[in-house]
Design a protein around this ligand. Structure first.
Ligand code: GDP
Length: 200
């Protein structure tokens, strides 16, 4: 639960704007934070949790259901881009390639892009595709931050070690990774504040 006091960011006031199948057709924004991650990593749940609105981004147990670039505007200015989940293993190869093209096109072309939140499943750790995404973002010098999801699914006794291992798997220091739980609200206020900072 988020508490509103001086140190906490209140829920992000977000509205869905539009979906597009390529970056070129999106309306311009002044500043944008994009969210990327493999299907089922908890992306929709995280967006809903940041906005404190169930159903804003569709939560689905069907991996890869979000197949378009989904743009949300923030009342305080700026926008959030919900990118299609990658790594939908059972999708035909040409479709997977289409998604990669859509995601990469957006990440390379979007002038207002300030930060990419790379969601990594906190329980599972970085997958091969997560590492590929991180390597690619580094090689393109696109600013990005790793967000580890599902903090509540890691047993308390194993958390310290998991935090070290997940960070090391991403070639980062533990302090560079933001841990969240959409279910329990852990880390959500901090992430809201970070998003507002990136957009300001
Ligand atoms: P997306 O495909 O990345 O948008 O993932 P979803 O938000 O649809 O979540 C995938 C599954 O993980 C759903 O069953 C969610 O209920 C579950 N999930 C998402 N976030 C959390 C979390 O913080 N904790 C737990 N325990 N489950 C979560």
């Amino acid at each position: 639960m988020s508490r509103q006091n001086g140190l906490m960011a209140s829920p992000l006031q977000m509205e869905f704007v539009t979906s597009a199948d390529r970056a070129g057709t999106l309306p311009p924004t002044v500043a944008e934070v994009a969210i990327v991650g493999r299907s089922n990593v908890g992306k929709s749940s995280l967006i809903n949790s940041m906005a404190n609105r169930k159903g804003l981004a569709k939560v689905s147990n069907t991996p890869g259901r979000t197949r378009l670039l989904n743009l949300f505007s923030l009342k305080d200015g700026g926008a959030i881009m919900d990118l299609p989940g990658y790594g939908y293993a059972s999708a035909p190869k040409h479709m997977r390639e289409g998604w990669a093209e859509m995601i990469e096109g957006y990440l390379l072309e979007r002038d207002s892009l300030e930060m990419v939140m790379v969601l990594v499943d906190g329980e599972v750790g970085p997958t091969k595709l997560d590492i590929q995404m991180l390597d690619w973002l580094r090689s393109m010098e696109i600013p990005h931050t790793v967000i580890a999801t599902k903090h509540d699914k890691v047993k308390a006794s194993r958390r310290d070690q998991r935090k070290k291992d997940l960070a090391a798997g991403c070639h980062l220091e533990p302090r560079d990774v933001v841990w969240v739980s959409a279910s329990k609200g852990t880390g959500i206020d901090r992430l809201r504040s970070l998003v507002l900072t990136w957009l300001s």
